[in-house]
Design a protein around this ligand. Structure first.
Ligand SMILES: *[C@@H]1O[C@H](CO)[C@@H](O)[C@H](O)[C@H]1NC(C)=O
Ligand SMILES: *[C@@H]1O[C@H](CO)[C@@H](O)[C@H](O)[C@H]1NC(C)=O
Length: 334
């Protein structure tokens, strides 16, 4: 009981520091494909050994930067899409509802989407969408409007992407990412208590149809980002209560990674989405991750309520170079 309360306190304190933001669902042309389905969401992929909570990744050379901790674990489903389909990723923090805060209001930063053949290979991630600082603040030292806190959070967690025109059929992994810069004024390399927080999350899709367009050479994760990138170590400006900055807030922001591929749609549009199918809340059953170390707790109740053991170990992803067909049949988008 004593252990349980200290762990609960630890979880509470970590959730203050970290947004635990991840994708809860995918809408295809506005139709929900089901909560957590086809998503390599570390936290809630089901019972052990599939599930761990999603704290930010800060180590740019860690394999966890690819698809988060346990991102090598395949989801049981994949979603079938066609070129031109509009996908809406439904990012949330605590629950999949319109009242959820999506991501902590201090977590200003860019949002990005990459596409790779599944399984990824060296240099296979191609950037297809990005948004950073898109409007300057009209108040002195204000942070301005950012993809994470202004666009996506204000739009109930919706991040839009469109399957590239004519894309060749096959299995792909979408790597969607939110980056929180509230502690990004310091480099994680120099101060592991601070640094930009990366929230990568991968979705399994199968493109069908008769397209012929192949993805060009892209970048690797890890590898694409560096602590010397101006968009990785960046002072986002004021968070409420912080001391006044000694220098004016930056007026431009350079989003990390390569440029967006010319074959991607130049714009994406918000799509009217239908109802959510499946649960809107999830029980935290397992763990918290700090600095890519999996700190896990085992529960003996099926409802995840009774903690029996607590341990810490490093999880090292083991990415296969072979495509494995998911256990369950693909989810048809239409
Ligand atoms: C970052 O990850 C790399 C690769 O796993 C590891 O060698 C290194 O020790 C990590 N650095 C920190 C500060 O945790
Ligand atoms: C995707 O969105 C665009 C822009 O709103 C629209 O023109 C297109 O028809 C949509 N695609 C599908 C498959 O619904």
């Amino acid at each position: 009981m004593r252990l349980y309360s200290s762990i609960t306190a630890l979880a509470a304190s970590l959730s203050v520091a970290n947004a635990h933001c991840y994708i809860w669902g995918v809408f295809v042309n506005g139709v929900d494909q089901g909560t957590f389905r086809a998503i390599r969401t570390p936290a809630y992929n089901g019972p052990s050994p599939h599930g761990y909570a999603n704290s930010p990744v800060k180590n740019l050379t860690s394999i966890d930067l690819r698809c988060n901790v346990l991102g090598d674990k395949q989801a049981d489903y994949t979603i079938q899409v066609r070129p031109g389909d509009n996908l809406t990723f439904d990012w949330h923090h605590d629950e999949r509802t319109d009242t959820d805060d999506v991501i902590a209001s201090s977590h200003h930063g860019p949002a990005l989407v990459y596409l790779s053949p599944d399984p990824p290979t060296e240099d296979s991630f191609v950037k297809i969408w990005e948004e950073g600082l898109y409007e300057m603040s009209d108040v002195l030292f204000g942070p301005g409007k950012w993809a994470t806190t202004s666009d996506i959070a204000a739009n109930h967690g919706h991040m839009n992407m469109r399957v590239p025109a004519g894309l060749k059929p096959g299995h792909y992994l979408v790597r969607a990412e939110m980056i929180a810069l509230h502690e990004g004024d310091a480099s994680y390399l120099k101060n592991s208590f601070r640094g930009a927080q990366f929230y990568p999350n991968c979705v399994q899709i199968e493109v069908v149809g008769d397209g012929t367009v192949e993805l060009p050479k892209g970048v690797s994760f890890p590898g694409a980002y560096d602590y010397s990138d101006p968009g990785v170590v960046f002072d986002v400006g004021l968070t409420p209560g912080a001391p006044l900055p000694t220098t004016p807030c930056a007026t431009t922001y350079q989003i990390p990674g390569p440029t967006v591929w010319s074959g991607a749609w130049p714009t994406t549009s918000a799509v009217d989405v239908g109802p959510v199918s499946g649960p809107t809340t999830a029980t935290l059953w397992s763990s918290w991750i700090e600095k890519s170390i999996v700190t896990f707790a085992t529960y003996d109740g099926s409802d995840g309520s009774t903690l029996s053991t607590l341990s810490t170990s490093a999880y090292t992803a083991d990415w296969s170079t072979m495509y494995h067909t998911p256990e369950a049949t693909p989810i048809m988008s239409a």
